[in-house]
Design a protein around this ligand. Structure first.
Ligand code: HEM
Length: 144
């Protein structure tokens, strides 16, 4: 079982991912790679239709979808392919080229909410995932 007590969470909440002494990671407990790929795919369907967000992203959303999926997979305890390919996440730094203001934050979270809802996770898992996403989104704001 994933241990929600926090004893295995060594800080760096938004980036490094969690070590876990327990047998099953959050990644495994919610269905592994397929779940994160579904989440990110649904999220990018929302981005594709969004007038504010769409212009920030590259024309081909496929590689962006792949980067985000690999990041979340790694963060939640799955394979570390993201860092193998991209190095340290440094997410705030990587978002500096984009204007992440309150409106962008709200739009981002709105598409993410739809995507999370459609996963149909158990309530505890859903809350944990959502808490992380809202915390991370707030920390990405870099503009008034
Ligand atoms: C709050 C509003 C946010 C906006 C408007 C935003 C926007 C963007 C944009 C435009 C990109 C470039 C797409 C690409 O080429 O990969 C990007 C990349 C990325 N974003 Fe965000 N983002 C937001 C929040 C977040 C959050 C909360 C996370 C993590 C939970 C996140 C994780 C990533 C990752 C992993 C990448 C790819 C980084 C890389 O280059 O390796 N973003 N984001």
């Amino acid at each position: 079982m994933y241990d929600p007590s926090g004893v295995c969470d060594h800080g760096q909440v938004t980036e490094i991912g969690r070590d876990t002494l327990s047998e099953e990671t959050f990644f495994d407990s919610v269905g592994g790679e397929e779940t994160f790929r579904r989440l990110v795919h649904r999220f990018y369907q929302g981005v594709a239709e969004d007038e504010l967000l769409r212009p920030m992203y590259p024309e081909d959303l496929g590689p962006a979808e792949e980067r985000f999926a690999l990041f979340l997979i790694q963060y939640w305890g799955g394979p570390r392919t993201y860092s193998d390919q991209r190095g340290h996440p440094r997410l705030r730094m990587r978002h500096v080229p984009f204007t992440v203001d309150r409106a962008a934050h709200d739009a981002w979270l709105r598409h993410m909410r739809t995507a999370v809802d459609e996963l149909g996770l158990a309530p505890d898992a859903e809350r944990q995932l959502w808490d992380y996403l809202t915390y991370a989104a707030a920390s990405m704001i870099n503009s008034d």
